[in-house]
Design a protein around this ligand. Structure first.
Ligand SMILES: [Zn+2]
Length: 595
């Protein structure tokens, strides 16, 4: 079957015509601002009246509307900024959206203040009413979190100050990072690579190339290291000050609450992973042997094995993904087709783009947009499948109430990882030769290395850094040390050379919307493996159940979600072990093929 040629540039005009100078988007922002101010007045005037709950219903409708508008606006600006890092107009639009989001936050603080002043008895009566029963989880969670916060005046001040004193630091990071270029000499000519282009070279087959890029990478980021250490310290300092004021002892309290997850679950997950490091280390040692070196360096971990440097054109990648998605379920395949055909994806390999990949949703248009830099490597194909998984999650949620779509960060990675796995497993199964099978298995195992070792290192680093930050500023040299310690533990001492400055180049440490954006990836990975195992057992027709699970992702805690749809207890080792055993099977198959 021949597919038409898919564009590698996304279509943003269909959302708002004219890019960062779009008059339609300006109108939309103006309307959002007006609606926000109406919402503000409404919330301020509102008092609970159990005899007249229509007004509460209206309030929730307004909350929903404003939320969707701001999400729509924020997604659009994210796309503009990502596609052209020199677009200064997009930067000022970001400032505007941040300001609107801060206003929205202040309004919600007012709302929360009112929620927590409602007595438990009245609250029960309210929730028993039919029109609110659907939103029980949303409302209960909102009120519970409100009760753990400071007074309205204090929380409002925190929100307002966070625009310049917190999110502002995140924006400075983005600006600084966008000015990092990696000089790379090829055929006697020096090219200034964007961070995205350079990071693709970490899986170059030639070790000299990887080494060169790694050194230039450390050098380029190293030039900004003083400023980056400042930013990291200020971000953490802001968070810690707020936590202290609220009386929150544990820095994990907020990320766990955002993840709707128990500490017990997180601890069980990491402890079980720690006990499964030995096979991963065996794999890394074997890989070093295959590459003809004693121990892998940081820049070797993603190196391709053997001499297959097979690449896929964007069209081939698309065809590959769609056909394999189709083997799992028609709805997933249809969503992917829509994304390729309707130009939801920006994948072109060119300078001036932001690094990394993301998927962002436009709730009012019921569409998503995917951003990445595609150069045809197997890992690019995985990224593409990953982001399409996110888009699928958003698509199935478009069918349910908008206030039940706000899924947590850890389950946010469930659909994406699941989609990656569908692609990876299908690819291994249909491998044409032993060599191809090895390469594909290795790619799968790489995912385990990334999620069980690399992400583990990030978690260990961040936990240690926050602990030290409580006592004061943590210097860049100390940050390097903490990073190396974390990497050594997480990689089971398998590497000969680590990446001390990883904390400066990894965007995730600077994301202000979600603290500790690391363990959710690992959770999502192992959670997906659990679902994937069930899907394989069940065979055709599992897609319906999978969709039902995804649609519940924002309506209960993860422990409840797992109990209801998978019949497992996340605080027990068994579930995690089952997922980890699938990872180990890949390694065993890989080692067995090598004899
Ligand atoms: Zn993701």
């Amino acid at each position: 079957m021949k597919f038409p040629t898919f564009s590698q540039n996304w279509d943003l005009d269909v959302l708002f015509m004219g890019g960062s100078h779009s008059p339609a988007f300006q109108d939309f922002l103006n309307k959002s601002e007006k609606d926000l101010s109406a919402f503000q007045q409404y919330v301020e005037a509102w008092q609970l009246d159990l005899q007249d709950t229509d007004r509460f219903y209206t309030l929730l409708e307004m909350l929903k509307e404003n939320m969707q508008q701001l999400e729509q606006a924020s997604s659009f600006v994210s796309c503009l900024q990502a596609q052209d890092t020199s677009d200064s107009k997009a930067g000022s639009l970001r400032a505007k959206v941040s300001q609107l989001l801060a206003t929205y936050g202040v309004i919600l603080t007012t709302f929360d203040e009112k929620l927590r002043s409602i007595s438990d008895r009245e609250w029960q009566q309210l929730l028993e009413k039919k029109e609110f029963s659907e939103l029980q989880f949303f409302l209960t969670e909102r009120r519970k979190h409100a009760k753990e916060k400071l007074s309205k005046a204090e929380e409002s001040l925190i929100h307002s100050l966070s625009v310049d004193g917190y999110h502002g630091w995140g924006e400075i990071y983005d600006t600084l990072a966008s000015h990092v270029y990696i000089p790379f000499v090829e055929n006697g000519e020096t090219n200034m690579l964007s961070v995205g282009q350079a990071s693709n070279l970490f899986n170059h087959p030639n070790r000299a190339v990887r080494k060169e890029v790694f050194h230039k990478w450390e050098e380029a980021w190293g030039e900004k290291t003083d400023m980056l250490a400042d930013i990291l310290n200020h971000l953490a300092g802001f968070r810690l000050t707020v936590y202290k004021a609220r009386g929150w002892e544990d820095v994990l309290k907020e990320p766990l609450a955002i993840s709707r997850m128990k500490k017990e679950t997180l601890d069980t997950m990491w402890h079980t992973i720690a006990d499964f490091k030995a096979p991963l280390v065996r794999f890394l040692n074997k890989k070093a042997e295959m590459l003809g070196i004693k121990k892998l360096s940081w820049f070797d971990v993603e190196a391709p094995i053997g001499n297959t440097n097979s690449t896929m054109t964007f069209d081939e990648g698309a065809e590959f993904i769609i056909s394999h998605f189709n083997k799992f379920g028609p709805q997933l395949a249809d969503l992917a087709k829509t994304a390729f055909k309707n130009r939801w994806i920006e994948a072109e390999d060119r300078p001036g783009k932001r690094a990394g990949g993301f998927c962002t949703s436009f709730p009012l248009s019921e569409q998503s947009r995917i951003f990445m830099t595609y150069s045809g490597t197997p890992s690019n194909v995985s990224t593409l499948a990953h982001e399409l998984g996110h888009a699928f999650h958003s698509a199935v949620l478009h069918e349910i109430h908008p206030l039940k779509r706000n899924y947590a960060m850890n389950v946010a990675e469930t659909a994406s990882t699941f989609a990656e796995m569908v692609i990876a497993d299908a690819a291994v199964k249909q491998a044409a030769s032993k060599e191809e099978k090895l390469v594909l298995l290795e790619d799968k195992i790489q995912r385990s290395v990334a999620l069980l070792m690399n992400i583990h290192a990030r978690f260990l680093f961040e936990t240690a850094f926050y602990e030290e930050r409580k006592a004061g500023y943590v210097h860049k040299e100390r940050l390097n040390e903490l990073m190396i310690d974390a990497q050594k533990t997480a990689y089971g001492d398998a590497l000969g050379q680590y990446h001390p400055q990883f904390w400066s180049s990894k965007l995730h440490f600077y994301i202000t919307d979600t603290p500790f954006y690391n363990f959710p990836y690992t959770f999502g990975y192992l959670f997906s493996l659990g679902i994937y195992a069930k899907a394989m057992e069940a065979g055709a027709g599992y897609e319906k159940k999978y969709i039902a699970l995804l649609q519940d992702t924002a309506s209960m805690t993860v422990e409840e979600l797992a109990k209801k749809h998978l019949d497992v207890d996340l605080t027990k080792r068994d579930f995690w072990e089952a997922g980890l055993k699938l990872c180990i099977e890949d390694i065993e198959e890989f080692l067995a093929l090598l004899g």
